[in-house]
Design a protein around this ligand. Structure first.
Ligand SMILES: [Mg+2]
Length: 205
């Protein structure tokens, strides 16, 4: 198998990710209940399901991700679908027209574009106990990766560490913010699910 991230790869990985988040729905909601409103399992399940369903119908990787982003954003209200929708849309925007298989530099460019688009929708940075604590270090870590397999692995490892780091953080955004110090001691649910998705990508590429 060529070391490239193509549309078939994306379809397969997102179908697996949709299954995984559905299987772990209660776990993600329970984590969110400790620091927020307890809806993250439901939200991430709906978001990734919408993304996967849309992607399965795609005929090219660029427009497939842009369409999946729109589908995810319009699936449900709330920050999870907004931010994941922005991520997917930005990913599609970062793919060059006519390219159907991404090598490591092209995949990195797509992820950088994805992150840039998420930043248009949230001011959260590393340390704010959100999804960004997983995404920002993941995209930073993948720069210069020699091949797609190692790119996905270093991204997953960085996201996992970033999500673990949120345990000690105090939330500054979302409903978790209202809990103040009580948000310390539990990992952020959004960072945890993002790290789990990136780990699944690395394991199954
Ligand atoms: Mg929540």
């Amino acid at each position: 198998m060529a070391d490239k991230f193509d549309l078939e790869t994306a379809k397969r990985l997102f179908a697996s990710a949709a299954e995984m988040v559905a299987r772990r729905e209660a776990e993600f909601s329970k984590l969110d209940a400790a620091t927020g409103d307890g809806d993250h399992g439901t939200a991430i399940k709906a978001a990734i399901a919408a993304a996967s369903v849309s992607l399965q119908a795609a005929t090219d990787i660029k427009n497939g991700f842009v369409d999946a982003g729109f589908a995810t954003m319009s699936a449900t209200a709330g920050s999870t679908s907004t931010l994941w929708g922005a991520f997917l849309m930005g990913f599609g925007d970062g793919v060059k027209e006519g390219v159907d298989a991404l090598d490591a530099p092209a995949l990195c460019a797509a992820f950088e574009s994805a992150l840039a688009n998420v930043r248009m929708h949230t001011k959260a940075a590393v340390g704010d106990k959100t999804l960004m604590d997983a995404l920002i270090p993941a995209v930073e870590a993948m720069k210069g990766a020699a091949d797609v397999k190692s790119l996905l692995r270093v991204a997953a490892d960085a996201a996992k560490k970033g999500a673990a780091d949120t345990v000690g953080m105090r939330a500054k955004f979302g409903r978790a913010h209202n809990l103040g110090e009580r948000s310390v001691g539990h990992a952020d649910a959004g960072a945890t699910s993002a790290a789990a998705i990136l780990e699944l990508f690395a394991d199954n590429f």
